[in-house]
Design a protein around this ligand. Structure first.
Ligand SMILES: Cc1cc2nc3c(=O)[nH]c(=O)nc-3n(C[C@H](O)[C@H](O)[C@H](O)COP(=O)(O)O)c2cc1C
Length: 164
């Protein structure tokens, strides 16, 4: 899939088939993530891949709006070492994951994340060192259902030429 096509057709997918995702494809997706832009080239990120169904269920249980993680074939948990631009860096890596997955025909959904009260519980479950922040949980799976078009603000509405 061409880059523009992947960017404009990507949707958050929350229903997945049972088809497993080959490890090679997951590695390809993480490879795209590690090459994301990062302030001062700090690259504070670490990516934890979870494929064990019981553990996917444990993660889903901890979240509030991430119950669909239990139905995914895999989940990538993005962590960044606490640093000045950890959230921007981790978000750039997260977006690369969403787009790279979609380009491979794999659905995903950004599940928060940094501002959630459950961050500590996720870190404990995955044995993450104290000085790392949870950026996102990204369930992955071949789409069972692609949601209907949702309302997006138009280009005319968001584009301002020269001045706001
Ligand atoms: C920072 C952030 C946090 C999000 N957290 C959740 C979440 O916890 N659960 C969820 O189902 N979707 C979550 N989403 C996905 C949004 O709901 C989704 O991107 C939005 O509704 C637009 O739909 P689209 O991705 O299909 O364009 C999150 C997205 C972002 C960027």
């Amino acid at each position: 899939m061409k880059t523009q096509q992947a960017l404009i057709t990507r949707r958050s997918i929350r229903q997945y088939t049972k088809q497993p995702i080959p490890l090679e494809i997951i590695k390809k997706i993480i490879n795209a993530a590690r090459l994301a832009p990062t302030a001062n080239n700090v690259q504070p990120w670490e990516f934890v891949v979870i494929t064990n169904q019981k553990q996917l269920g444990n993660i889903a249980d901890i979240t509030d709006y991430g119950k669909h993680i239990a139905r995914a074939s895999a989940c990538i948990a993005v962590f960044c070492k606490d640093s000045k631009y950890y959230l921007e860096d981790g978000s750039a890596a997260t977006q690369n994951i969403l787009i790279s997955a979609w380009a491979e025909g794999i659905g995903s959904c950004w599940v928060a994340g940094d501002k959630k009260a459950y961050c500590q519980k996720i870190k404990q479950l995955l044995e993450v060192p104290e000085d790392y922040k949870l950026i996102s949980l990204i369930p992955l799976g071949y789409p069972e259902k692609i949601p209907a078009t949702i309302n997006k603000r138009s280009l005319e509405d968001v584009l301002h030429m020269e001045k706001f």
